[in-house]
Design a binder for this molecule. Structure first.
Ligand SMILES: N=c1c2ncn([C@@H]3O[C@H](COP(=O)(O)OP(=O)(O)OP(=O)(O)O)[C@@H](O)[C@H]3O)c2ncn1[C@@H]1O[C@H](COP(=O)(O)O)[C@@H](O)[C@H]1O
Length: 111
């Protein structure tokens, strides 16, 4: 299932040399990190609104679509900063089975 993240990451890397007029991802890179972060924030808000609607309507199509937009723009952010989504998956794997409360306490002692 996580294969699509790796495949998408490869495409995102390959877009670093592409023409912004023919690639949405290349156009984001050309606009810079702030534009990418703006998109991540926008998609996060749209995801929250879709989640609230889903609770009322019981329909989750928009929620799934907005969450995909949020994940996609987060992957663009990681690629722009030279990071691979495998590192995020590895971090989730590391936390797996660890209570959220314990994990937070361990994080607190690191900072
Ligand atoms: N998964 C996606 C993906 N999800 C969402 N989007 C785009 O993200 C944009 C954001 O949606 P908005 O509603 O905010 O769009 P908008 O109003 O046009 O955006 P702004 O003008 O505000 O920047 C839309 O243009 C979507 O098409 C994506 N664009 C690309 N991909 C993947 O990235 C690959 C490379 O894309 P290109 O670089 O465009 O070839 C594609 O093959 C896909 O696999």
């Amino acid at each position: 299932m996580s294969d699509i993240l790796s495949q998408l990451h490869q495409v995102l890397e390959s877009r670093k040399g592409s023409d912004p007029d023919s690639s949405y991802v290349a156009s984001l890179y050309a606009k810079g990190l702030n534009k990418i972060l703006e998109k991540v924030g926008e998609e996060a808000v749209e995801t929250i609104l879709a989640a609230r609607d889903a609770e009322v309507s019981g329909k989750t199509d928009a929620l799934i679509s907005e969450t995909a937009d949020l994940w996609f723009h987060s992957l663009v952010m990681l690629a722009k900063l030279g990071e691979h989504p495998d590192k995020v998956l590895a971090e989730l794997e590391r936390r797996f089975g660890l209570s959220g409360h314990d994990e937070k306490a361990a994080r607190g002692s690191k900072h």
